[in-house]
Design a protein around this ligand. Sequence first.
Ligand SMILES: Cc1cc2nc3c(=O)[nH]c(=O)nc-3n(C[C@H](O)[C@H](O)[C@H](O)COP(=O)(O)OP(=O)(O)OC[C@H]3O[C@@H](n4cnc5c(N)ncnc54)[C@H](O)[C@@H]3O)c2cc1C
Length: 507
Amino acid sequence: MSRHHKVAIAGSGLAALATAARLHEQGVKDIAIYANGLGGTPYIAAINFVLPENPYGDTPEQYAKDMLAAGYNIGNKELVKEMADATLRGYELLCRWGVTFAHNDDGSIKLRHVSGHTYPRSLCQTTNLIGVEIEKVMLPKLAEAGIEFHKHAVVVGLLKSEDGKIDGFTVIEDGGEPFNVYAPVVVASWGGVGNLLGTSTYPDDVKGNTLGMAKQAGASLVDLEFIEFEPMVMMSPAGAVGEPCPTAMLGEGGYLLNSDGERFLLEVRPQGEAGAPKSLINHEIWKQVAKGKGNPHGGIWVDLRHVDVNVLKAYPWFYNRLMQHGCDPNKELLEVGPMPHSFSGGIKVDRNYESDVKGLFAVGEACGGIHGACRCAGNAASQATLSGLLCAEGIMRTGELTREISERPVVYHRDDGVRARYLDELQRIAGKALGVYRNGQDLEAALKSVDEIINAPDTSRDDLTLQTALAISLIAKAALNRKESRGTHNRTDYPEASSEYEKEFVL
Ligand SMILES: Cc1cc2nc3c(=O)[nH]c(=O)nc-3n(C[C@H](O)[C@H](O)[C@H](O)COP(=O)(O)OP(=O)(O)OC[C@H]3O[C@@H](n4cnc5c(N)ncnc54)[C@H](O)[C@@H]3O)c2cc1C
């Protein structure tokens, strides 16, 4: 069995939906989406757009400045500018496909102030997560428009032609036999890599081996060290562990406290906690933990006791989960700390969101090198929307859609024994060396161990294991080369390097 499409999209998160929606609007027919879940999209609480009616005088220029500053000024200025310039069009795209956003009582659109932004510009829903709304309204509309959805399909490898172009992928659907899906345009929208490290906020369907798949296909990868650690993820009680406390809570008046009850962020950011970039928060948490002023789980506390309960209830997924597990945010301090949450690295793309391997495009968390060391909060969702929009328009410029494709035999390796032998071990190695606190010695040891697994004679018998090992090895190499604490992680052997970059956040 095999299938042919004009465009084959791997993943069905927001980036995939935005790409498919914009392609459809431009008249492209025969678009198919292959995925094994919904990825991080249903968990999206905040999504940023600069709208003309923003009451704070916000502009796309200011938005671009904020993005570059949050990324420690090593983002791609051209792509950031294009993303900021397209902000209104991204919002309009979602509206055209049925997405609605919360409004205030006076009819104005509700804007929240999330981490890393000069102004409130984050859109939301107050009765549910905006990501749930996006999937709920866009999936049926796209299906109605003729986009094909394959909901239980795992992409296991990319197909490369003899002349070096990507022309499809191999898929396993409903646990059956692998088969090839051919398309002159393949869009990687398979999300990020946090699960490579073990505990993270990521859902299970986003495994991170896809980074190794892109490497096997010969695509250039970029900024791989920049796994983003969300600073305020719940560390207790057991039933709420892994739930991100929205950084918007700092915009609602929440404080960060150390074990002495001090608002430690004010030492470096006297203007207050609201809008503080995630990387700054993480570095300051680290300092408190290092001084012995952290919580018993290696983080700090968030104090929301003084925040109006109705404000807290407008984040129902968060408030209800805490209450269900016996933790009342209006009565007690919350134990929070950093956890892998998103990824700023990935497949290197040009202005059309095409990789340097023709035919392979990448959007959302699958692409990298745009934001630099870190995104502003809510910008993963914005990027998923805007990269999808810009990629769909870029695809039309490249002329790839008319390329002829020739079929070939399916190549796929699976060995459950190899998986059992190495996958847990790989996760353990990555979790230890690539977490929020890193040092050269651990990274070198990790690299050595992972490379031994890559070169072991049995590893090549299992594609998932090899791709996972490749992904971890590449991230470890990039992390070893980044001899500074730039980004949301900390290089404990280069602790001072961060301060130089942080100055611009605090003034
Ligand atoms: C708990 C949580 C809360 C978050 N909150 C926010 C927020 O408030 N604001 C914000 O901006 N960002 C947030 N993020 C990040 C945001 O969810 C992601 O960055 C965003 O969803 C990326 O969109 P995407 O389409 O690129 O990837 P995803 O939404 O992750 O989708 C990836 C897709 O690829 C599929 N896939 C993966 N591997 C394969 C494979 N091998 N074969 C086939 N399909 C595959 C998955 O099943 C899924 O369909 C949050 C993330 C989490 C986990």
